[in-house]
Design a protein around this ligand. Structure first.
Ligand code: G
Ligand code: MN
Length: 254
C-alpha cells in the first residue's frame, strides 16, 4: 500500500524539485585529507519529510523511475565535479548507479554528454555500482561500463558484503575501487577481520583501491587503517551535508 503511494508520488518528484543531493567526504587514510566526495540522494517529501535512499530507491528500481533519478544524480555529481575541478580542488566525485540503469545505453550517452559539456576530467568521476538488485545481464552491463572506463571514469563496487556484491564483480565490471559495507566495518568478529584482510590483499594485488564505509567510531577507524584500507567515509569523519557545507570543508582543509 505504502509502496504504491510512494511510487505514485515519486513520479515527477525530480521535476517538482523534491529530490536533493547530499555530499559526504571520503578521507585518504595516509594523508587525512579529503580525497573524494560521495553524492547521496535524498527525497524531500512534502508530508513525510526527508527520506533516505533505502526508503525509495528500491521502489524506483522496481519501476522505470530509477532512470530519471539516476540522470538527476549524475547531473548533480558532474556539476559539482566541474565546479571543484575548475577551482583546482582535487576531489573525486562519486555517484551511485543502479544495475537497472545499466540495462540501457542512455547512461553511457548521458555521461559522455556531461563530461564533454562540462569539460570535466573523466577520472574525477566514480560510478559506484550498487547491487541491491542483481545484475541480470552481466555482459551487457559490463559492455556499457567498459565504454565509460575507456573514457577514463572510475568504477567502484559498492556495498561489498551485502546483497549480490562479490569480488568476482571487480574483474567482470573492470572496477578500480571496492567499497566495504558498513556492516563489515562495524563487525569486530575475528572471522570478519580475517576475511577483510584477504579482501584488501586481493584488491591491492590488482591495483584496486579500498574504501571503508560507515566508519562511526575511533575503534573502527583504527581497524580499517590497520587493515590497509586506502580511504574511509562515515559519520565519525563527516556526515552527508549540503554542497555549501562541503565547499566550506574543502576550503578549511586546504
Ligand atoms: O549504499 P551506499 O553505501 O551508497 O549508502 C550510503 C548511505 O549510508 C547514505 O544514505 C548515507 O547517508 C549513509 N551513511 C553514510 N555514512 C554513514 C555512517 O557512518 N553510518 C551510517 N549508519 N550510515 C551512513
Ligand atoms: Mn555508495
Amino acid at each position: 500500500m505504502v509502496d504504491t503511494r510512494l511510487e505514485t508520488e515519486l513520479r515527477g518528484a525530480v521535476e517538482r524539485g523534491e529530490l536533493i543531493s547530499a555530499f559526504q567526504p571520503q578521507f585518504d587514510l595516509a594523508t587525512n585529507r579529503i580525497a573524494g566526495v560521495e553524492t547521496l540522494c535524498r527525497w524531500r517529501h512534502p508530508e513525510l519529510g526527508l527520506l533516505m535512499p533505502y526508503a525509495f530507491i528500491p521502489i524506483a528500481e522496481a519501476s522505470d523511475l530509477i532512470h530519471e533519478i539516476g540522470r538527476f544524480m549524475l547531473d548533480e555529481a558532474c556539476d559539482a565535479a566541474g565546479e571543484w575541478q575548475a577551482s583546482g580542488k582535487k576531489v573525486c566525485v562519486a555517484v551511485n548507479v543502479s544495475p537497472v540503469q545499466l540495462t540501457s545505453d542512455d547512461i553511457v550517452d548521458h555521461v559522455i554528454e556531461l563530461v564533454r559539456r562540462l569539460e570535466i576530467a573523466p577520472d574525477g568521476i566514480t560510478l559506484e555500482i550498487t547491487e541491491t538488485s542483481p545484475i541480470l545481464d552481466l555482459e551487457a552491463a559490463a559492455g556499457r561500463l567498459k565504454v565509460l572506463r575507456r573514457l577514463g571514469l572510475c568504477i567502484s563496487i559498492d556495498d561489498y558484503g551485502t546483497g549480490h556484491s562479490s569480488l568476482s564483480r571487480l574483474d567482470a565490471l573492470d572496477a578500480n575501487e571496492l567499497k566495504i559495507d558498513q556492516s563489515l566495518v562495524k563487525s569486530n568478529s575475528a572471522e570478519v577481520l580475517a576475511h577483510l584482510e584477504g579482501v584488501v590483499k586481493y584488491a591491492h594485488e590488482r591495483g584496486i583501491g579500498v574504501v571503508a564505509e560507515g566508519v562511526e567510531t575511533e575503534e573502527q577507524l583504527a581497524r580499517v587503517k590497520t587493515l590497509g584500507c586506502d580511504r574511509a567515509q562515515g559519520f565519525l569523519l563527516g556526515r552527508p551535508m549540503s554542497k555549501r557545507d562541503l565547499d566550506k570543508l574543502l576550503v578549511s582543509s586546504d
